[in-house]
Design a protein around this ligand. Sequence first.
Ligand code: DGJ
Length: 381
Amino acid sequence: MINTMKSLLALCLFYSAASVSTAETPIKHTSFRPGEIWTDNNGAHINAHGGGILYDKGTYYWYGEHKVEGDAGNYAQVGVHCYSSKDLYNWKDEGIALKVVEGDHSHPIARGCILERPKVVYNKKTGKYVMWFHLELKGKGYGSAYAGVATAAKPTGPFKFLKAGRVNPGKWPLNMDKKDQTMETFKGVPGLTSSALPEGVRSEDMFKKDFEKGQMSRDMTIFVDDDGKAYHIYSSEENSTTHIAELTPDYTGHTGKFVRAFPGRFMEAPAIFKHKGKYYFIASGCTGWAPNAARSAVAKNIAGPWMELKNPCVGPKAGITFGGQSTFILPVQGKPGKFIFMADIWRPQNAIDGRYMWLPIQFDGDQIKLEWKDEWTLKDM
Ligand code: DGJ
């Protein structure tokens, strides 16, 4: 009996030691495994949610929300985490590229704010790395709907916070009818819901609601076109309409030129890429952290008109994007025409355990196609 107990104890110790060493030993990854734990060079699960990737001088940099345990992890307790990689499978922890501010509760990026979906681009004119993100001021829920910007001299940071706020106050969109470009007829909008316009409300009025103080900016991405112009693409007007806004030549502000896309379609999680001269767009619907069916669209010009396509996902669980939500579309270097769809599988009750779902983008004519894969490699593209 005692011997049996001793062997059991030895077995337990062996297994706990084995699991500890597994968690700490860096594994060499040779494939993508959507939804699985994805370890970095220290053996820790990569912590870069709602992320995006910058390719710079032979290295990929992955920036994302650093989450902590529990539901407090949905608030920014640390900042934006950065990882680097040469092969897209193995990621080195480069630390926190943008830190939240400790000890000053009134700072726009005070610890405990909501700081989501950071995206970094390189500006050739200034030689600076520019990070944009969705910011909600501490203690105000999702009511601020700000865009924030920070810059750095190196891709790994440290990024210095520049400013945050609503977007393009007092500016009319390029694609709004001239007769609508007046506040004189605006009577206000009644109770707002999260997935449909209130009855009788025109989407133009949702825009006018924030005309003076600036447009709401929540889920977002940044896209740099071949001519070097950058665009901020964000869920606006209580998430009901997407805006595509041109950035200034240094990428740190808005020029005031923008268009409204998909009015009244309530989309989040926008991601965009260019293929064979056309612009493609993937986004989600609006159901909080819960997954829903992805949307897709194509346009000949970034300013539209955009034509909505079908749900790009096919097969089982296509109706919930296989449990994920888009965050970025990555052009694979050295493989023209090959793109990776990057998505998050959120775990809001234990935010740090959120998973990543990367899938290869396929085309069927203009229609983007995404199929679930348990495991795949760049060679499969
Ligand atoms: C969905 C958004 O896409 C996420 O970035 C986050 O803001 C959650 N909603 C919060 O519910």
